[in-house]
Design a protein around this ligand. Structure first.
Ligand SMILES: [Cu+2]
Length: 112
């Protein structure tokens, strides 16, 4: 029974595993300048891609206050329902965190 199921489901199972990887752990960069802080304690999307000179706006849709701190920059507090915009002038990969929940909330801005 196990061998039969394995033979039939083999190729399909591989496809499902590949699709699952793309959506979760290795988050593909999303081309957008808008990031939401969604319930609970998450940046969505986690990794975004923009052009040099664009600004990214983070909007807090969660029920808690969060912050946005790009590595090496000042911290920006974002209360519920509020937002903050940060301009990225130079290309590079910028990691950022919410300093209140740095274990759970982090993301990346890739500037082309
Ligand atoms: Cu937070």
């Amino acid at each position: 029974m196990r061998a039969l199921a394995g033979a039939a489901a083999g190729p399909l199972a591989l496809l499902l595993v590949a699709a699952g990887c793309g959506e979760s752990a290795n988050a593909e960069p999303v081309a957008t300048t808008e990031v939401a802080m969604v319930k609970s304690y998450r940046f969505d999307p986690t990794t975004i891609e923009i052009e040099a000179g664009q600004s990214v706006t983070w909007t807090n849709e969660d029920n808690f206050t969060h912050t946005v701190q790009v590595d090496g920059e000042e911290d920006h507090k974002v209360d519920r329902g509020e937002s903050v915009s940060i301009a990225f002038k130079t290309s590079g990969t910028y990691h950022y965190v919410c300093t209140l929940h740095s274990k759970d909330m982090e993301g990346e801005v890739i500037v082309r």
